[in-house]
Design a protein around this ligand. Structure first.
Ligand code: FMN
Length: 765
């Protein structure tokens, strides 16, 4: 196998030792794919693996960029056998007339979008709502069977059976032959993503061949009664109207592919979820106590330990990912599990955080036009499993010291068995029959971050400067609070008002979070509440931390600029740079020393690098002098009033992109005023939908109503989380504080939470 970069033998290839050693069938990857690629995320996010003859992609943004562009990065190889099939096995398959064709998952445009449009209807939230009672019933019945037993292998007892039954029901396939179907799907997985030996290949080929024939027979039966229920019959009916789009071979292949896609992934994801939550008992107990956390707990488990850990694409033309150039025909293994643990996108990525408010960004369902169509069925099942188990078996535990085994393959991951035990005498329903009744129902779709506040207690409150108080927050049970990085902020829920505050303490002491809050003269209520009503001992809700103002630690030197209360994220950055031994200067402007927080701490810790500009002393920050010339390796981080940040934007106009980073604390003009707004129309190109945005609706709300998951955070145009790509339409009314003037001028993106359009626009969604 030659090197794709130089065309020489692999020894002469610029492939690092680690890249050369990378083996997705090796124990490291099989044990923990995200951990096995940590080195790659840090050093070589796109590398060529000679053992696999694939390019491996490990960072979140790169994977998302590939998913986004399915023309350059074709899905054609998504189901290609990763281990070449022996001639003998191919002969066996031929004996079964095996002719698996392209399906939604691996077909190119324009067929893919045409078919998706024609077949999508059954996946709408209203339709899925109709499947809920069945999932509930199946879960209750499975629990009834085991509840007095005291132990169970959850995988064997229910986690395979229920998703398979649900999948069959959704498809309209009779619920017979379930064991056979399970065996067939495992064979399909091994066949596609595994490394079977020669003998295994033959066995697998027989099972796959049988599966193919079985799918064909069921399809024939359905054709005899096409008016019956289920998605397959719907597809058969659609065939009559769109014979070119929904072909015979297509239906046959879909039948087989969907049975696997719909149940194996959910079975594994559910097993991973129970394992992770039970391993960290405090998390399990938190979910038992607060069932409204369930949708996000499911999402976070899908992120942390998802069931689909890698997916494939092939380049249709030369392409660049990061700074790596790929030739046409390069095969890509995107390790989504690694992207899901990328600290550039997820704060404390290795921690399972039930309160993570961007868990929904995970890549386990893929992204873009090929995103998993069944994602909301999987979510629904997993939520109901968790709701039933945390209510009826809150005392369930993992059987200790069990060895988890996995089917060796690159892409699908979940334990073969999951043994749990409990004392049936302590089953809550033995004391009260009410426990058998569901406590909660969950809407279909992505979880809402609005349910995610953890409770913290105010441990200390003190005056830091005129009109500024310092707050120390701690967990009421003494547990550590989540880790954070400089630039991060949290959201406090103050009497139902959500307000963001930057973290300004020491990230190495996660038992306390430190904030500094300015009493705003024109307060909408939040800062007044902090100053006048919040007292030591009070408990408040807290969301986050989140970081949209992240310090790039690789720069050579830094200029930090703070105006007024904008010192809060900047001081945490200065502390970090000092610790790293990086050169920096800190410029801090304010009205007077009395109003400037942290002066003593700054003088003690950063004296040599500190420049103070109290304006009542006549000191003025000269921006040009502070930022100097655009030198390579220099980064500027600034936070403060709008006029300061605008002046900085102006002063750095024409500088190389990416040198200036700013954070705004306020979003003048971003909020919706229905009396002044106009409706507009949005075409969603990848989904084939057209959405109307009413005057009293944000674009984000309209997208969500159409079943499109778009992550969001501040919903005030400050954070950039809800950015969407604009493909056509000129008249965008930008109202965010994230995009620079140049970026607005490019006209190719907008923030869905606040920005609008004055005419029709198209989005890549
Ligand atoms: N205000 C502060 O007083 N201190 C902070 O550290 C702080 N950090 C913020 C971080 C972000 C990301 C954002 C968006 C805002 C921040 N704010 C901060 C502003 C507050 O969220 C809030 O707007 C301010 O307290 C005024 O609220 P009020 O009008 O309800 O009184």
């Amino acid at each position: 196998m030659g090197c794709p970069v130089t065309g020489t033998a692999v020894e002469g290839c610029p492939v690092s030792h680690q890249a050369a050693e990378f083996d997705p069938f090796g124990s490291d990857y099989q044990l923990d794919p995200a951990e096995a690629l940590r080195w790659s995320r840090n050093q070589a996010p796109v590398f060529y693996s000679p053992k696999l003859d694939y390019w491996v992609i490990s960072r979140y943004n790169d994977i998302k960029a590939v998913f986004r562009d399915n023309i350059t990065f074709s899905p054609a190889i998504a189901l290609e056998k990763i281990t070449p099939v022996s001639q003998e096995a191919q002969d066996v398959l031929r004996g079964y007339d095996y002719a698996m064709n392209r399906t939604l998952v691996n077909e190119d445009e324009p067929q893919h979008t045409e078919r998706r449009r024609v077949l999508m209807e059954h996946f709408t939230p209203e339709n899925l709502e109709g499947h809920k009672p069945m999932v509930r019933r199946l879960t209750r019945e499975a629990l009834d069977r085991i509840i007095d037993q005291g132990d169970a292998d959850l995988v064997n007892e229910m986690l395979w059976e229920i998703p398979l039954t649900v999948a069959l029901h959704f498809l309209g396939v009779p619920e017979e032959d379930m064991d056979k179907l399970r065996e067939y799907s495992i064979a399909h997985t091994v066949n596609t993503w595994g490394r079977p030996s020669k003998d295994e290949q033959i066995k697998v080929a027989h099972a796959v061949g049988n599966f193919w024939q079985y799918a064909g027979k069921v399809l024939e039966k359905m054709r005899a009664s096409p008016d019956g229920p289920g998605w397959m019959r719907y597809a058969i009916r659609q065939q009559a109207s769109y014979p070119e789009v929904v072909t015979d071979s297509y239906l046959h292949s879909m039948m087989m592919a969907i049975i696997v896609a719909a149940h194996e992934t959910t079975a594994h994801a559910s097993a991973n979820m129970f394992r992770r939550l039970l391993e960290q008992r405090e998390l399990w107990e938190e979910v038992c106590r607060k069932p409204r956390l369930i949708p996000n707990a499911v999402e976070e488990c899908l992120r942390h330990t998802g069931s689909v850990v890698a997916w494939r694409r092939i380049t249709t033309r030369p392409a660049t990912i990061g700074d790596v150039q790929l030739p046409e025909g390069a095969r890509l293994l995107m390790v989504t599990a690694s992207g899901n643990h990328d600290e550039r996108h997820f704060e404390n990525p290795d921690e399972l955080d039930l309160y993570r408010d961007n868990a929904v960004d995970h890549l386990t369902f893929g992204y873009g036009s090929h995103q998993c169509m069944g994602k909301n069925i999987a979510r629904m099942e997993m939520r109901i499993f968790l709701e039933e188990f945390t209510r009826r078996l809150p005392h369930m535990e993992l059987v200790p010291r069990q060895q988890f085994t996995y089917l060796p393959n690159t892409s699908f991951r979940g334990p073969d068995h999951l043994w749990v035990h409990w004392d049936p005498a302590s089953n809550p329903e033995r004391r009260s029959d009410q426990v058998r009744e569901p406590r909660m129902d969950f809407d279909i779709g992505a979880p809402s971050v609005k349910d995610l506040a953890r409770t913290v207690r105010l441990a200390d409150k003190r005056v830091l400067a005129k009109d500024i108080v310092g707050l120390s927050l701690e967990d009421p049970h003494g547990r550590p609070l989540p880790n954070w990085t400089p630039g991060a902020h949290v959201e406090l829920l103050l009497d139902e008002m959500g307000r963001h505050y930057s973290l300004c303490g020491d990230p190495e002491h996660p038992e306390r979070l430190e904030l500094a809050v300015l009493r705003e003269p024109a307060s909408r209520g939040g800062s007044i509440y902090v100053h006048e009503r919040l007292q030591v001992g009070d408990e408040v809700g807290l969301r986050g931390p989140k970081n949209h103002f992240r310090l790039d630690e690789r720069a050579e030197e830094y200029v930090l600029i703070a105006g007024g209360i904008g010192i809060t994220p900047i001081i945490a950055m200065a502390d970090r740079l000092k610790r790293l031994g990086k050169p920096y200067t800190l410029h801090y402007a304010g009205r007077s020393r009395r109003t400037m927080a942290f002066l003593d701490r700054l003088a003690a810790e950063h004296g040599d690098c500190l420049h103070l500009y109290p304006s009542d002393e006549g000191a003025r920050l000269q921006i040009d002098a502070a930022i100097g010339e655009p030198t390579e390796g220099r980064q500027i981080y600034a936070c403060g009033p709008d006029r300061l940040l605008e002046a900085l934007e102006l002063a750095t106009d024409g500088w190389p992109a990416g040198m200036l980073h700013v954070e705004h604390f306020g979003a003048a003009g971003a909020l919706l005023d229905p009396s002044k707004e106009e409706a507009f129309e949005v075409v969603l190109e990848d989904s084939g939908l057209t959405v109307q945005v009413a005057p009293d609706q944000t674009l984000l709300e309209a997208l969500r109503a159409a079943g499109i998951d778009v992550a969001s955070d501040c919903e005030e145009g400050l954070c950039g989380t809800c950015e969407v790509t604009v493909t056509s339409g000129e008249d965008i009314d930008h109202r965010d504080r994230v995009l620079s003037r140049e970026e607005r001028g490019e006209g190719n993106r907008m923030m869905a939470c606040c920005s609008r359009a004055r005419g029709k626009i198209s989005l890549a969604l």
